[in-house]
Write a protein that binds this ligand. Structure first.
Ligand code: 5AD
Ligand code: SF4
Length: 497
């Protein structure tokens, strides 16, 4: 499980000096540097033949973990010499897939069909690459082999770092290359990564999940929990901060169990304390804590910090203690509410957001009323709501009393309406006040979008010169779950409300 010691830092590597005629090194990440260098040779030949560099397009389905993996994949492709393209009419198209719910899979199949046509009509040399969670499922790979034989390369979640090696194999083969590992052998560090935004970045602190919530496929496709060493995480954040990143999102399926299995155990709260000391960082976020083991130490570290954002994403999944037990969540409705009360007592301004599943097997109207009750009592500032989707191989998929779709959909509608009420209530509290925001994106027609510490968004007049900057904005109008605002060029409003 341990990272193999890399003799050199990635930034020190001179790929042109690697002997690509030598035998491939056995050790990682040197082996991948070697294959990056080999693929660079292929790119040069491509350029000579076509008068241009090859280009790649990536599409990410699913969560922040996948988004982070895609940055790594894009980093490797850029290092190889590919240019990034805005369109799927590219020389290499990579889909990083998600399988957490069935509709994610359906979308991917639709897109693969479309790519097949594109390959046939426009560019027979196009490389189609599929990776990510869906590819960890044997039946998916079987289906692709049978129904989409034009796919060139398939790999799973555990060998993302091997893209250069696998691509090299695929470039030299007419057949579909498939490499899916059951579980991760190791954490390979020191590979390139490309940031989607120059000023904020996700940082993996751990991989995998050991919780086995009964509805969830993640533990099967992302493997067992593995924490990165704190010094590796801190050094990655320091490098990012030196490059101008001011906000990091620490990523893990259950950040509360961070560090427990390390040779020298470290708690997540301790890791946060170390991250806070990194010069240049202004904001620290994290995703996702599990309610069963969110510690008082963590609440205390958050409440004392002026860098850790005032936002806790705390998936409740259901408000019914009976269903929570069947979901294998290890907390009750009362435990969850008490936890949110402790968070609010320490940080009255904190936003709490959540994930909720509707229509879990056996869910009765009474169970659902418990969910609505939690929404009303906790007053989430927003919630991701999902219709339960049976996943093959999970215990819940085999449970009796699957809820009919019409009933689940009707409940879903009621839940969304309730969440909208509480989120509007939360957002209205800050209307009229001045807040610091990080300007993240250009919105339409002369507006930019800034993010508050509590994760809410505000749109206000401005241009791209503001991107990546922290500015004071007056939240003039609450529009439900976001605001319209005005930039305060001279700092905070005269009287903070
Ligand atoms: N059906 C519906 N929603 C699911 N989630 C995970 N598995 C399923 C499933 N089988 C939701 C949970 C989780 C979020 C990432 O996705 O709410 O927190
Ligand atoms: Fe899935 Fe539960 Fe692990 Fe989250 S904690 S990834 S819901 S098994």
């Amino acid at each position: 499980m341990e990272r193999e010691d890399s003799r050199e830092m990635y930034n020190d590597i001179d790929f042109d000096k690697i002997d690509i005629n030598a035998k491939p090194p056995a050790q990682e990440p040197d082996r991948q540097y070697y294959y990056i260098a080999k693929c660079r040779g292929w790119v040069q030949e491509f350029e000579q033949k076509n008068g241009r560099r090859p280009c790649f397009f990536t599409q990410t389905f699913g969560c922040q973990m996948n988004a982070k993996d895609s940055e790594k994949l894009a980093g490797i492709l850029s290092e190889i010499g590919y240019r990034e393209s805005e369109s799927e009419e590219a020389d290499l198209v990579l889909y990083n897939t998600c399988t957490v719910r069935e509709n994610a899979n359906t979308r991917v199949y639709g897109r693969i069909g479309y790519l097949g046509n594109l390959k046939k009509r426009k560019n027979r040399e196009m490389k189609i690459v599929l990776c990510g969670c869906m590819m960890q499922e044997g039946h998916v790979v079987e289906k692709i082999r049978k129904s989409y034989p034009f796919v060139d390369l398939i790999f799973g979640t555990h060998n993302i770092y091997k893209l250069a090696e696998l691509l090299y194999r695929s470039l030299n083969s007419q057949r579909m290359v498939v490499e899916v590992q059951e579980d991760a052998e190791r954490i390979v560090e020191e590979l390139p990564s490309e940031l989607k935004f120059g000023f904020k970045a996700g940082v993996n602190i751990m991989y995998g999940c050991n919780n086995f919530c009964s509805y969830c496929i993640v533990p099967y496709v992302r493997g067992r929990e593995r924490s990165r060493k704190p010094e590796d995480i801190v050094s990655e954040i320091e490098t990012l901060a030196a490059q101008g990143v001011t906000e990091v999102m620490l990523l893990g399926q259950n950040v509360n169990s961070y560090g427990k299995t390390l040779a020298e155990p470290v708690s997540f709260a301790q890791l946060l304390r170390r991250a806070e000391q990194i010069p240049g960082l202004k904001r620290i976020r994290f995703m996702t804590p599990h309610p069963k083991d969110l510690s008082d130490e963590l609440i205390e570290v958050m409440s004392r910090s002026d860098k850790i954002c005032r936002h806790v994403h705390l998936p409740v999944q259901s408000g019914s203690s009976r269903l929570l037990a069947k979901m294998n969540r290890h907390y009750t409705k009362e435990d969850y509410i008490a936890l949110t009360e402790r968070i609010r007592a320490a940080m009255p301004d904190a936003a709490i957001t959540t994930d909720i599943i509707v229509g879990f097997p056996g869910e009765t109207e009474e169970d659902f009323q418990d969910t609505l009750d939690v929404v009303r009592r906790v007053k989430f500032s927003s919630a991701y709501t999902f219709l339960y989707s049976p996943r093959t191989g999970t215990p819940a998929a085999a449970m009796p009393d699957q809820v009919p779709e019409e009933i689940a959909k009707e409940r879903f509608g009621r839940l969304v309406a309730e969440v909208q009420k509480t989120s509007a209530e939360f957002a209205r509290r800050a209307e009229g006040s001045c807040r610091e925001v990080l300007v993240e994106e250009e919105a339409s027609s002369g507006l930019v979008t800034g993010r508050l510490s509590d994760n809410l968004l505000v749109h206000f007049p401005g241009d791209k010169a503001l991107l990546g900057r922290y500015v004071q904005v007056k939240l003039t109008e609450c529009r439900g779950f976001y605001y319209l605002g005005e930039l305060q060029p001279d700092g905070p409003c005269p009287k903070e409300s």
